[in-house]
Design a protein around this ligand. Structure first.
Ligand code: GAL
Length: 422
């Protein structure tokens, strides 16, 4: 009996000691907010300092928990593991459908009182609120509006070859041939599924326009997915594949951006976090580089918004978590952050002065897309469809890009994959 009780007692003592130490740790930590994110490139890390400083002025320390990997897949995997072991970070960067996924399981703190105090309902565009709110309650704060249908071009190469931004896809193909002949790589690309998916955002929009994009990638309508228009989107992907260099597999997106900055490659198709790399390298739009829309998507706005959610700790939201959400939504900080990050503010009440020509263009296009109802969520970045079908479409797109599959076969596979994943 004694023999059995003793280890039990010792266990209890150990447990008390442990809980004591964890109490001390959490008391010490109550002035600290642990933030998980995937912003590890030069431009991203620089933009992040704005938020870190903002939190500091509110009396809290930012405990950094970066998980490298553009697009955030690695971070999402680590988050799952940490939540499963009951050790989530205090706050985490999240995209699109990941937010309702966690909110639906009751993990995210309710931010309604802060939202009401600062009037978030009035300043955040509705297509973004759709993800920030769960069942009518604010559970995430949006810091930026990125756009995926951009091309970033090296101005020196364009000038040397007398090229101007192509207005049609056929023109892009013709320009790429001229660039290749002159000894440059036409398209800097990183062969990772999310980067191929980012090209696909633009190809689908260019082939069919915003209505088709929505039918296919948001409504997952089998007729749109299996259409001739979708075949055209895959034809564009095939043509883009012909524009890259042989070393593209596995390359990180920011290394592809460097190829354009350094004049090895002429263009990159990428969300405007790529602009953050140009900014970080001291480069100026219309002097060192050009920004324009993927041909056939001029005026269209495919958005990807980074939001931060805070995890519930018991019933109450910790004061540090409130301070964190306030920092993310701070008007002046959103201006500073987005000028470095390459994006535009998630708040519509931030003035456009201080933004460069690419940023001002994005702001103007956003306003008309909002008016026309053509601001659509990025498939590649989790704003068009939930994770299940998204991963299935990723597989189809990446397989196509890295094989000799025909567009007609890819379209058939796409319909089947979405059907199974729905
Ligand atoms: C996206 C994120 C962007 C950008 C990019 C590359 O998922 O929304 O902010 O940083 O990844 O890391």
């Amino acid at each position: 009996m004694l023999k059995r009780t003793l280890p039990g007692l010792m266990g209890l003592v150990a447990a008390i000691a442990l809980s004591g130490s964890s109490m001390t740790a959490s008391a010490a930590d109550s002035k600290t907010v642990e933030v998980m994110h995937w912003w590890t490139s030069g431009g991203e890390a620089k933009a992040l300092t704005v938020l870190k400083d903002g939190l500091k002025t509110r009396g809290y320390t930012w405990k950094d928990a970066p998980i490298a990997g553009g697009g955030g897949e690695a971070a999402r995997t680590v988050l799952k593991a940490r939540v499963a072991s009951d050790n989530p970070p205090d706050a985490i960067q999240m995209l699109g459908f990941t937010i309702p996924e966690y909110a639906g399981q009751g993990y995210l703190a309710n931010l309604d009182s802060l939202a009401a105090k600062d009037g978030w309902d009035k300043v955040v565009p509705a297509p973004i609120q759709r993800f920030s709110k769960y069942q009518g309650h604010w559970v995430a704060v949006p810091v930026d509006i990125h756009r995926t249908n951009w091309i970033w071009a090296n101005k020196k190469i364009f000038d040397q070859l007398h090229l101007t931004p192509p207005q049609t896809f056929d023109q892009l193909v013709a320009d790429a041939a001229v660039i290749r002949k002159a000894g440059y790589i036409p398209l800097a690309h990183g062969g990772q599924p999310w980067q191929e998916a980012t090209l696909f955002d633009s190809a689908v929009m260019s082939a069919g326009g915003p209505k088709f994009y929505t039918q296919a990638l948001v409504n997952l309508d089998p007729t749109a997915l299996g259409s001739k228009t979708m075949e055209k989107a895959f034809d564009q992907m095939r043509a883009l594949r012909g524009m890259v260099d042989p070393n593209f597999p596995g390359r990180d997106w920011n290394l592809a951006t460097s190829m354009v900055i350094n004049g090895k490659a002429a263009m990159q198709i990428m969300g405007d976090w790529a602009k953050g790399e140009f900014v970080n390298a001291g480069k100026k739009p219309d002097v060192d580089y050009l920004c324009f829309q993927y041909p056939g998507t001029q005026g269209d706005f495919i958005f990807n918004t980074d939001q931060f959610a805070t995890f519930k700790k018991g019933d109450a939201t910790l004061p540090g978590e409130d301070a964190f959400a306030e920092t993310v939504m701070d008007k002046a900080d959103q201006a500073k952050f987005n000028q470095i990050k390459g994006s535009i503010p998630a708040r519509l009440d931030v003035p456009s002065d201080g933004f460069d020509a690419c940023g001002q263009k994005s702001m103007a296009d956003l306003r008309s897309a909002l008016k026309n109802g053509t601001m659509v969520g990025s498939f590649a970045h989790g704003h068009a469809m939930p994770d299940g079908p998204k991963n299935a479409v990723y597989d189809v797109v990446t397989h196509f890009f890295n094989s000799n599959q025909s567009s007609a076969d890819a379209v058939k596979q796409l319909v089947d994959a979405v059907n199974e994943a729905k």
